[in-house]
Design a protein. Structure first.
Length: 152
């Protein structure tokens, strides 16, 4: 998703805060454009060519609006992958602008401490096999004990 605006508006001034490179494109049909072997998306006819506006500031006489295409621009993963920390700094500057530069409060970016457990299919299969084997062994042991006690 990209933003578009009328550059010839007299009452409103615009500033592009975040743009893509001129080599970028916006796929109109990502499922169709995706290469099944590599997973990459290839440019097709009808796609919107870059540079694309992802962040825009609009200023009128008494109001200001800052618009971004997605909140995902400011996640740690996207920030490190694309800009090396600049997206989060941009977000902080936008917030500072709306607070009129007052520094009565301090914000510290939260470090992500969540570590996710990743289990491969092979690990899951082996673990499942052993769990089922333990249950079956306990069941067989119980049946053997039951039968041996019934015979006495």
């Amino acid at each position: 998703m990209a933003l578009s605006y009328d550059k010839n508006t007299k009452d409103i001034s615009y500033a592009e805060l975040l743009t893509t490179s001129k080599d970028s494109f916006l796929s109109t049909d990502p499922k169709e454009a995706q290469d099944p072997q590599t997973g990459s998306i290839k440019e097709q006819r009808g796609d919107v060519k870059g540079p694309l506006v992802l962040g825009l500031k609009a200023v009128a006489k008494k109001s200001t609006a800052v618009i971004f295409t997605s909140d995902q621009l400011f996640t740690n993963a996207a920030d490190q992958q694309v800009s090396g920390g600049k997206n989060l700094k941009l977000f902080g500057q936008v917030i500072r602008t709306f607070s009129n530069g007052k520094t009565d409060f301090v914000t510290v970016p939260v470090k992500q401490t969540t570590s996710y457990l990743t289990v491969t299919l092979k690990q899951a299969m082996v673990t499942g096999f052993f769990m089922m084997a333990i249950v079956i062994l306990i069941l067989v042991y119980g049946i053997v004990v039951f039968v041996s006690r019934r015979r006495k």
